[in-house]
Design a protein around this ligand. Structure first.
Ligand SMILES: [Zn+2]
Length: 323
């Protein structure tokens, strides 16, 4: 009896943490290539991050393990982390791969097929991809890495079909995972991609993966870590996914580059305040009334691709709008 009470007490004490312990997916691009500081990480920094995971009991799993949890409507276990690498830059093959091998950490490389097919010098070759696929999986990131938001449905389909055919031809592989070029998408683009039946589609919005009924397999968040910001890496690991978020305004990129109003509804009606993020403007604290945020922001934006986000304590959700 005493034992039961004790363990029940322990369960109640721990349960808030268990409930919000989400998985995380990180994305990298270039390794030890300081020519491109906004997409590069040094292998020294990468080792620091990997050591942090080792020391703090994180489990690095193949990306597909997280996808399977989401597709089975199961919650992603506490402290699961998965790694993805975008574009197929040669610096991954030259510098990054050996660190992943050293730590025996699985990874998924998303390639923009055109760069490999046309032998661009900064990108991996088909031969190198075959070697890479002994240690991780190679998945799909379009053929031409275009701005899907600005391409017609027909153009998007032609691009997808061309890339997939080349992957089949050179790697004898039919990808089941996809990443939007530039992390750009909208409901039209999402609809075009539905025909391809990917097990999961990923964006590049900072966030966490709760799983269960919270995470949309066709819109999975990944956090990019660049430069020497192991600090950001640790911060991102603390985030949980804010579930039940519905972005209502704005729904398109504002032509005059002013975000006039932000309207968001939250399923959790008990939330009284939140922080709203707008690119170029940082975070602002706002009030929530009965699950609704209506904020007359009037914020000027400069980037052609902006993110708008909501944060409640350490739970976070972002979305992207492109010009
Ligand atoms: Zn990319």
């Amino acid at each position: 009896m005493l034992k039961v009470t004790k363990s029940l007490l322990l369960f109640l004490l721990l349960s808030p943490y268990l409930l919000f312990a989400d998985g995380h997916i990180f994305v990298y691009h270039r390794f030890d290539d300081s020519r491109y500081p906004t997409t590069n990480i040094s292998t020294r920094e990468l080792r620091k991050e990997f050591n942090y995971l080792k020391k703090n009991g994180y489990k690095v799993v193949p990306l597909i393990d997280i996808v399977n949890k989401i597709n089975n409507s199961e919650e992603v276990p506490s402290k699961w982390v998965a790694f993805s690498i975008d574009d197929g830059f040669r610096s991954f093959y030259k510098n990054g791969l050996k660190v992943f091998k050293e730590y025996n950490y699985p990874f998924t490389l998303f390639i923009a097929v055109k760069y490999t097919e046309k032998n661009y010098k900064d990108y991996v070759s088909w031969k190198q991809l075959k070697e890479i696929s002994k240690y991780g999986t190679v998945e799909f990131h379009s053929y031409g890495h275009g701005h899907f938001g600005q391409m017609s449905n027909e153009k998007i389909k032609a691009d997808m079909d061309r890339g997939l055919a080349l992957m089949k031809k050179h790697l004898n592989y039919e990808p089941s995972l996809f990443v939007y070029p530039y992390g750009e998408y909208d409901s039209r683009v999402e609809k075009v991609l539905e025909a391809y039946n990917f097990k999961a589609v990923f964006n590049q919005n900072i966030g966490a993966i709760h799983g269960g009924t919270c995470t949309d397999a066709n819109d999975i968040d990944r956090s990019a870590v660049v430069g020497s910001n192991a600090h950001d890496f640790k911060l991102y690991l603390k985030f949980q996914e804010l579930c039940g978020v519905h972005f209502q305004e704005p729904t398109t990129y504002p032509k005059d580059r002013v975000v006039k109003r932000v309207v968001v509804t939250l399923d959790d009606k008990s939330i009284k305040s939140a922080d709203i993020f707008i690119s170029n403007n940082g975070w602002t604290k706002v009030k929530v009334h009965n699950g609704k945020i209506i904020w007359n922001a009037n914020k000027t934006i400069k980037l052609n691709r902006i993110k708008i986000g909501v944060k409640v304590k350490s739970r976070i959700k972002l979305m992207v709008l492109s010009k």
